[in-house]
Every structure is written in C-alpha cells, then in structure tokens.
Design a protein around this ligand. Structure first.
Ligand SMILES: Cc1cc2nc3c(=O)[nH]c(=O)nc-3n(C[C@H](O)[C@H](O)[C@H](O)COP(=O)(O)OP(=O)(O)OC[C@H]3O[C@@H](n4cnc5c(N)ncnc54)[C@H](O)[C@@H]3O)c2cc1C
Ligand code: SF4
Length: 356
C-alpha cells in the first residue's frame, strides 16, 4: 500500500509523519522531494492543522485560506500519502524499526518517525473568573477567528456593529494558578492582528487590550503593534482583568486595574476575547512518554541537543517539529518541519550505510 522510494541505496525506507499541520506537511514534502517514502497520519478529516481555523495571518493579515490552499496543492502535486481520520494511538520500537498503531487498530512498520502533533488550546473555562462557556459573549481568540470572516458579521449584535470589544492577554499562560508558567508567544501578536481586523470591519468600535507586558518577538510584529495604536486607535491598558459578569442586555462588564496609572478600571463591552495559550497535545504526549521521549517542564517535546539538532529526541529514529516542541508561529513551524526532514534524511543515510 505504501510507495517505494528512490532515496536509499539499499532496502526501501519509509517514514511516518504524525500530524498533517503545517509542520508535518512541510516535513513530508521535503522528504518526498528527496525520494523518501512518506505516510502522513492525521486524526482530523482534512489536512492543515490549526491553520484551517484561522481567518487572516499575522504579521501581514494575509488570508489563511490562500496559504492553506497552496500547501494542499503541493501535497496533492507531490502525491503525498495522506491518511486522514487516522489517529496514531501508539509508536513502539520493533527491532530497528518503529511500529505505528492507529486508533482503528491497524499496525505498520516504519524506518523513522517524525512527530508533528502540534498543540491544543488552553481550555478557557478553567479561568472561571471570565465566565467562558457561561456568558455567550465571552469568546476565545480561536472563536474570534471564525467570527472575523464575511466582513465580521459574526460580531454584530442584534444587527448592529459592536460598540466596544476587549481582549485579555495571557489566558492560561504565565499563570501559576493553572500550572502554565511559560509564555505562549503568539497570543500578543494575535491580539494585535485581531484588534486591527475588528477596526477594519467596524471603524467606530472601541478596542481595548488588557496586557501584562507585550511580547512582539517576530519580524514585523512591533510594527504591527505601532500600526494598531497610531493608525487604528487600538488602546492598550497594562493590567489584569480580575472579573467579568454578564449584564441584563447580554453585554459584559469588566473589572480591571490599570497598573501603570494605579487605578481601577471598569468597562462594558459587547465582546470579551480571551487570548488563550498553547498547550501540548495531551493524548500524543501520553504515548510519546511511554516510548521514552523527553518533555520539557511545560510538557512540550524537548531535544537532548536543542542548540544544534533541535529536532532530535531521546529516541534514535524519532524526530519532532512544530508546535509540539513549544509555542511557534507558522513560519517557524514550517522551518522546523523542513529542518527535521533533513535530520531524518541523515538518519536514514546512516541506517542505509550500516545495513549494507
Ligand atoms: C488563536 C491563534 C491564532 C494564530 N494565528 C497565527 C497567525 O496569524 N500566524 C502565524 O504564523 N501563526 C498563528 N498561530 C500559530 C499557528 O497556529 C501554529 O504555528 C501552527 O498551527 C503550528 O503548526 P503545527 O503543524 O506544529 O501544529 P498544528 O497546527 O496543531 O497541527 C498538528 C496536527 O497534528 C494532528 N495530530 C495531533 N495528534 C495526532 C495523532 N496522534 N495522530 C494523528 N494526527 C495527530 C492534529 O490533528 C493537527 O492537524 C495562531 C495560533 C493561535 C492559537
Ligand atoms: S504572547 Fe503575550 S499574551 Fe501570550 S502568553 Fe506571552 S505575554 Fe501573554
């Protein structure tokens, strides 16, 4: 059922890629172009991972659908063997190979495995003070992405444009109470990107961002933050929202503290957007641990050689890429996927050499 490859001098070699997000697909494309046999396992119905859910991408607000289409087109042109609706349930060593077991109970052996299992969103209901899951107009940044399409009609309230929208940064990140000490890295710039998109759709809407500090780590991110303030009039308030409650008309009332001015703030908003953080994909983490993979403090996969060979793991022949190794943007995940493919090629070449 799986194609043979041109790469090896000896026996045909096959690589399993777990996860068809941008990291997994980039890795698979690189491997395939080098003549290696690849099978990509994806638990969802279609490939693309979280990119499928986004509206426009930071830093340029390029439509996500266009990027996804290009990726899918390349996957189809390269005839990548893609097994959708197939969750990998276990990876176990079997001689000098790895046995992949799927949730359907199917088993196949591969010469190397590349894990690109991505992230899951922090469950905002765990922060009870914001009322997510109870109040209809408290939504997450991921939920907002869905509402930003079609001119932002998902944000209108009884047919009228929203008057005021507030964002809360660091929901489920940098938070001792939920046990996540790390910064999720992409949510600050996501909040800025989304604030601008709201202003593009509804220029009269007031947009407030409540932050602890702003982390604009990537190229073009700081410029986007300036644009949000100077061109679009988005307001940034340093302080934590301590409480949100629903008013009789469905609006949300916030209590916060402006820590720069040292005074309490109250605001009534049409929508409260929680910028939720990234957590490691829990199910993949479980079987990966039983395989002997090391995870860092935050639970993301970590490499024993994180400076020079970041895609290596503690198990020879198993590699990682993308947001399963820690919060990452799309370009970073793509680069990691490609880099991991090179490490896989080096491993296969050595294996091939040894087998002769
Ligand atoms: C709200 C929000 C907005 C964002 N906006 C942007 C943006 O504008 N620009 C940008 O650069 N980045 C953005 N990001 C970051 C971006 O989503 C990530 O960089 C990217 O999704 C990481 O890709 P990935 O392939 O590593 O993981 P994922 O996208 O999570 O893909 C992993 C894939 O693996 C599959 N999988 C997991 N476990 C298994 C298993 N056991 N078996 C089979 N399949 C499995 C999953 O179903 C999924 O399809 C945003 C993130 C958030 C939270
Ligand atoms: S990127 Fe910003 S919002 Fe996200 S955890 Fe880090 S500081 Fe908080």
């Amino acid at each position: 059922m799986y194609q043979h490859n041109r790469y090896q001098k000896g026996k045909p070699q096959q690589v399993a890629v777990v996860g068809a997000g941008v990291a997994g697909l980039s890795a698979a494309l690189t491997l395939k172009k080098q003549g290696v046999g690849v099978v990509v396992f994806e638990k969802d119905e279609s490939p693309g991972g979280h990119l499928q859910q986004w509206h426009a991408l930071f830093p340029d607000r390029e439509p996500a659908a266009g990027v996804l289409d290009l990726l899918k087109q390349e996957v189809s042109e390269q005839k990548i063997s893609l097994r959708t609706q197939t969750e990998v349930a276990a990876v176990t060593p079997s001689g000098d190979k790895f046995r992949i077991e799927t949730s359907q109970g199917e088993q196949n052996e591969f010469d190397a495995v590349l894990l690109a299992t991505g992230f899951q969103l922090f469950d905002a209901a765990r922060k009870e003070e914001y009322g997510y899951g109870i109040y209809q107009r408290v939504i997450t940044s991921a939920g907002l992405e869905q509402r930003l399409g079609h001119g932002g009609t998902g944000l209108t309230v009884n047919g009228r444009p929203p008057h005021r929208v507030a964002f809360v940064h660091c929901v489920g990140s940098r938070d001792e109470k939920v046990g996540n000490h790390y910064c999720s890295k992409v949510c600050c710039v996501t909040g800025v990107k989304q604030a601008i998109t709201i202003k593009e759709h509804f220029p009269q809407c007031e947009v407030l961002n409540f932050y602890m500090d702003l982390r604009m780590f990537g190229t073009g991110y700081e410029e986007l933050y300036r644009e949000a303030q100077e061109k679009w009039g988005v307001m940034f308030i340093r302080g934590r929202v301590s409480e949100a409650s629903q008013m009789y008309d469905g609006t949300i009332q916030l209590k916060a503290e402006d820590t720069l001015m040292g005074r309490p703030v109250r605001a009534t908003v049409d929508w409260l957007v929680l910028l939720v953080g990234m957590e490691p994909e829990k199910r993949a983490q479980l079987w990966a641990r039983s395989l002997g993979l090391r995870t860092g403090q935050a639970g993301f996969f970590s490499s024993p050689e994180k400076f020079l060979h970041p895609s290596l793991t503690t198990v020879n022949g198993v590699f990682t890429a993308g947001a399963c190794t820690g919060p990452a943007s799309i370009p970073e995940s793509v680069s990691q996927g490609r880099a991991a493919a090179i490490s896989v090629l080096e491993f296969l070449a050595k294996k091939d050499e040894a087998g002769k």
